[in-house]
Design a protein around this ligand. Structure first.
Ligand SMILES: NC(=O)c1ccc[n+]([C@@H]2O[C@H](COP(=O)([O-])OP(=O)(O)OC[C@H]3O[C@@H](n4cnc5c(N)ncnc54)[C@H](OP(=O)(O)O)[C@@H]3O)[C@@H](O)[C@H]2O)c1
Length: 251
């Protein structure tokens, strides 16, 4: 039986790489993102390999998320895996200087968008007693850093939401994982610095960051673990990334 995967944030980075990987393996894809042109290009590129349904959707829009998932074409309506990947960081300013609009966008996307997609698809999974949710958290949900303020807090939410989902799904066959990547070279920093590519490039200068393909390999592995295994949480950093000491301010 051909499986179906929903990937939010499929137009770039981890999401795009997951789409390519699962298409290669013959899974049916439901791809979500705001950039319609990219989705169209991906449809052209990947539909030679598998069946694809693309949806131009802003996950912040609660009404549209529910409307979309409630009206999926029959051939794409039995979702085996949901990858809640759509997300972003905006800005790196300290909390006392950060743009409050950026905070709203991160909360509305990383938290609300993720819970809307989950809530919309979960009843179908429960009814079929089958399915898997793979949330893309971040190491920033575990470890604080200057300027990480609301972004890290949204990812800490994703971690605890993932665990609480498991508690609610006790006794079912539905699995939930929180995958927590460290620094990875995608469009993430271009988005964070609002299109400033020079500043974004500096983030990855002279380091071997994780690549989108490293993460899609892990998503592929998680999605193919035997049914009796639930990977609760998996944290991955590039080897070049480690912890620093706690800072002590001296007068
Ligand atoms: N790169 C890293 O260092 C890193 C590390 C840890 C975790 N993460 C997390 O990994 C996930 C993917 O990030 P990435 O690194 O692959 O960044 P990316 O290349 O910027 O991709 C982000 C994806 O999310 C989509 N997206 C953003 N807002 C959306 C919205 N409101 N509705 C629908 N789609 C939306 C974007 O598509 P559209 O613009 O077309 O909507 C894009 O496809 C995010 O949750 C991020 O927080 C990234």
């Amino acid at each position: 039986m051909v499986k179906t995967i929903v990937i939010s944030g499929a137009t770039s980075g981890f999401g795009r790489s997951c789409a390519e990987r699962f298409a290669e393996e013959g899974w049916k894809l439901v791809l979500i993102g705001r950039r319609a042109k990219r989705l169209e290009e991906m449809w052209k590129e990947l539909s030679v390999k598998t069946d694809i349904f693309t949806i131009t959707l802003d996950v912040q829009d609660r009404g549209k998320v529910f409307e979309t998932f409630e009206s999926l074409p029959v051939d794409f309506s039995k979702i085996d895996v949901l990858v809640n990947n759509a997300g972003l960081a905006m800005g790196l300013a300290p909390a006392f200087k950060a743009d409050i609009n950026d905070w709203d966008t991160m909360i509305d996307t990383n938290i609300k968008g993720l819970v809307y997609c989950t809530r919309a698809l979960l009843p179908g999974m429960v009814k079929r007693n089958a399915g898997q949710i793979i949330n893309i958290g971040s190491i920033s949900g575990n470890w604080p850093y200057p300027g990480g303020n609301v972004y890290g807090a949204t990812k800490a939410f994703v971690q605890q939401f993932s665990r609480n989902l498991r508690a609610d799904l006790h006794g079912t066959k539905i699995r939930v994982t929180n995958l927590e990547p460290g620094i990875a070279e995608t469009e993430f920093s271009i988005v964070r610095f609002k299109g400033d590519e020079e500043r974004a490039d500096k983030v990855y200068k002279d380091i071997q960051a994780l690549k989108a393909g490293d993460i899609s390999d892990i998503v592929w592995w998680i999605a193919n673990t035997p049914e009796h295994i639930n990977v609760n949480q998996i944290e991955v950093m590039p080897t070049c990334q480690t912890w620093g000491p706690l800072k002590i301010h001296r007068e």
